[in-house]
Design a protein around this ligand. Structure first.
Ligand SMILES: [Zn+2]
Length: 317
C-alpha cells in the first residue's frame, strides 16, 4: 500500500481532540487494557466496532473527556504552509496524515458511490480523534470501547492507539487494518444515511430475541461496505485528479481479510479464554466477517452487501 504524496489532504474531515501533549495523567478508575483478561474482553467485545453498541453501556459521566477539537498540530504535520490542501513534506510517513488520507479516500468513494448504488446523496461525517476519553452525542466513551460511530452526532470516533492494540493484542499488525477499521465505521455512517440502522433498531425492539442477530447483520454489512471501498480505493482521486492511493496490493487485501478474521466473535471469545457462544455474537464469526469483506471487495458493489436479505445471514453464524 502506497499513498500518493502529491494528493491533496483534507484535514477538515478530522477533529483532533487529543489536546496538546496529551498530558492528562490518569483517568479515575478506568484501567484501559490493564487487567489482562478483563481488559481484553472489554476491548474485544466492543471493538470494531461494537462501540456502536458498547457506547450505550458506558453511559457514565463525561468528566475528564476533552472534546475540544484543535487541528493546529495536525494541520502543521500534514499540510503545506501555503494554506492549500497540498501535503507537507513527509506527511505520508506520519500516522496522523495517513489516517486523514484514508478518511478522505473513504468519503470521496462514498460521495461518488452512494448516489450510484442507492440513489442517495452522501453527507460527509468527520472523524474525531481522541485520547483516552471523549464526550460524544452518544454519551461519554473511553478508548476501551475501540473505534465507533455515533449516529446521534454523525461522527466516527477513534483513539489511534487502538491500532497498537490491534497489532499486539488482537493479532492484526498489518497496516491495512487501519483503513479497514475506518471504512467499517464509515459503513455505519452510510447505514445511518440509508436508514438501515434505524430500521434495524426497530426490528430489535420488535423482536428482542433476534437483537443480536440483527446486530450481526448490521456489522457484517459494514464489513462488506469496507470491502467495496477497498475495491474502489485505487480509483479515488482528489480535485486535481491525483490518486490518493498509488497502490493497493493483494497483500494489503489479505491483511484486511486477516484483520476481519482476528476480530470475529468466535475468535474473540476464544481469545478471552471462554467457550464459543453463538447466542452472544454481535458482530459475526471470523469466517463471516471475512466472507462479507470479500463479498464487498470482489463485487466492488455496495448494493451486493445485503446482509438483511432473507437467509443471507443465519442465526448462529
Ligand atoms: Zn461496527
Amino acid at each position: 500500500m502506497e499513498l500518493n504524496d502529491k494528493a491533496e489532504i483534507d484535514t477538515s474531515q478530522v477533529e483532533d481532540a487529543r489536546g496538546s501533549g496529551g498530558g492528562g495523567g490518569g483517568i479515575g478508575g478506568l484501567p484501559i487494557g490493564g487487567g489482562g483478561l478483563t481488559g481484553i474482553i472489554v476491548t474485544v467485545l466492543l471493538a470494531l466496532v461494537g462501540g456502536y453498541f458498547g457506547i450505550n453501556n458506558l453511559g457514565g459521566s463525561s468528566s475528564g473527556g476533552s472534546s475540544t477539537a484543535d487541528n493546529t498540530t495536525i494541520n502543521k504535520e500534514c499540510k503545506a504552509s501555503d494554506g492549500s490542501n497540498q501535503q507537507a513534506a513527509n506527511a505520508t510517513k506520519l500516522l496522523d496524515c495517513r489516517n486523514v488520507l484514508y478518511i478522505n479516500s473513504i468519503q470521496a468513494y462514498w460521495a461518488a458511490e452512494l448516489p450510484k448504488a442507492f440513489n442517495k446523496q452522501y453527507e460527509k461525517a468527520p472523524t474525531k480523534i481522541f485520547s483516552q476519553q471523549v464526550s460524544t452525542g452518544c454519551g461519554a466513551a473511553d478508548s476501551g470501547v475501540g473505534p465507533f460511530y455515533c449516529p446521534a452526532d454523525n461522527k466516527v470516533y477513534i483513539d489511534l492507539t487502538f491500532y497498537q492494540q490491534l497489532a499486539k493484542e488482537l493479532g492484526a499488525p498489518g497496516e491495512f487494518a487501519q483503513p479497514y477499521v475506518l471504512a467499517h465505521e464509515y459503513g455505519h455512517h452510510v447505514q445511518d444515511l440509508l436508514g438501515t440502522e434505524a430500521k434495524m433498531r426497530q426490528e430489535q425492539e420488535a423482536n428482542p430475541d433476534q437483537a443480536n442477530l440483527e446486530s450481526v447483520k448490521l456489522e457484517l454489512q459494514a464489513d462488506c461496505y469496507a470491502g467495496a471501498w477497498a475495491k474502489g480505493a485505487t480509483g479515488v482521486a482528489d480535485s486535481k485528479g491525483e490518486k490518493l492511493f498509488k497502490s493497493l496490493t493483494d497483500a494489503d487485501i489479505q491483511e484486511g481479510i486477516q484483520t476481519a478474521g482476528q476480530i470475529g466473535d468466535d475468535t474473540l471469545q476464544q481469545r478471552g479464554g471462554g467457550s464459543i457462544n453463538p447466542a452472544e455474537f454481535t458482530h459475526g464469526t471470523s469466517a463471516d466477517r471475512q466472507k462479507w469483506f470479500r463479498t464487498g471487495y470482489d463485487s466492488g458493489d455496495p448494493a451486493k452487501c445485503d446482509t438483511f436479505a432473507s437467509g443471507a445471514v443465519k442465526a448462529g453464524d
